[in-house]
Design a protein around this ligand. Structure first.
Ligand code: PLP
Length: 227
C-alpha cells in the first residue's frame, strides 16, 4: 500500500469506529480529503485508493491540479477563504464551496455558476469560537444569510461549516461542534432543508462525529504534514 492509501485506510477506520461508538449509521459521515498544497500525484494516488472528494484552499493551486488530472472522478470542494475576485474561477470549477460567509460572495457564485452545471453546493462558515483571528460568520448573523443563500437560483444551500480553535480535551472539542449542530437544527425548524455539517479535521474528527458531523475534512492524517 502507498502511504496515502494507508493514511486513507486509517482515517476511514477512525470514522467507522466513531460512527459505531456514537450511534451514527454506518456511512453517514463522508470523508473529504484535504489535498491543499499537495501535488496532483498525491490526488492521483488517493483516487486510485477510491477517494473521490477533495478539499482545496487556494484557487490557483486547485486549478493546476484539475488541469493536470483532466476530467475524471474527482469532486472538488473549495474550503478556503474566498475573495470576490476569485469567485469566477470557483463557480465553474468546483462542486462545493464550504466557506461562504457574505451575501455578496454568494450572489456572485450564483451569477457565475454555468447554467449547464447543477447548482453549486454551499455551506455557510460559522465562527463558533468567537475568536477574531478565525474566519466565519457570527452565529447570530447566520439565519439571515442562510435564507438569502437558499433563495439564490444556482446555489444549493447544504449546511454549515466550522473550524474551531484548538481545544484542550475531548469535551472542549465537542462544545463548538454541538453549537454548530444546534444552529443547523434551528435553521431546519425555520424551514431550510439542510443535510450537511462540515466539521472535524485530523485532530478532532471523533468529537465532530459525536456531535453529528456529516463530512470530516482531513488533510494531515492522509497526506502527511504540509510544509
Ligand atoms: C487544512 C484544512 C483542513 C485539514 O486540516 P488537517 O489538520 O490537515 O486535517 C480542514 N479544513 C480546512 C478548512 C482546512 O483549511
Amino acid at each position: 500500500m502507498t502511504q496515502i492509501a494507508d493514511g486513507l485506510a486509517r482515517v476511514r477506520a477512525r470514522i467507522r469506529a466513531a460512527e459505531e461508538q456514537y450511534g451514527r449509521p454506518e456511512g453517514s459521515v463522508e470523508l473529504l480529503a484535504v489535498s491543499k498544497t499537495k501535488p496532483a500525484a498525491a490526488v492521483r494516488e488517493a483516487l486510485a485508493a477510491g477517494q473521490t472528494a477533495f478539499g482545496e484552499n487556494y484557487v490557483q493551486d486547485a486549478r493546476d491540479k484539475q488541469e493536470a488530472l483532466g476530467p475524471g472522478d474527482a469532486r472538488w470542494h473549495f474550503i478556503g477563504p474566498l475573495q470576490s475576485n476569485k469567485t469566477k474561477l470557483v463557480a465553474p470549477h468546483f462542486d462545493w464551496v464550504h466557506s461562504v460567509e457574505r451575501e455578496k460572495i454568494a450572489r456572485r457564485l450564483s451569477e457565475q455558476r454555468p447554467s449547464n452545471l447543477p447548482p453549486l453546493n454551499v455551506c455557510i462558515q460559522v465562527n463558533v469560537s468567537d475568536e477574531s483571528s478565525k474566519s466565519g460568520l457570527q452565529p447570530a448573523a447566520v439565519p439571515t444569510l442562510a435564507h438569502a443563500v437558499a433563495d439564490l437560483p444556482n446555489l444549493h444551500l447544504r449546511g454549515l461549516m466550522c473550524i474551531p480553535a484548538p481545544a484542550e480535551d475531548f469535551d472542549a472539542q465537542r462544545a463548538p461542534f454541538r453549537q454548530l449542530r444546534e444552529l443547523q437544527e434551528q435553521l431546519v425548524r425555520e424551514g431550510l432543508r439542510l443535510d450537511t455539517l462540515s466539521m472535524g479535521m485530523s485532530v478532532d474528527l471523533e468529537a465532530a462525529i459525536a456531535e453529528g458531523s456529516t463530512m470530516v475534512r482531513v488533510g494531515t492524517d492522509i497526506f502527511g504534514a504540509r510544509d
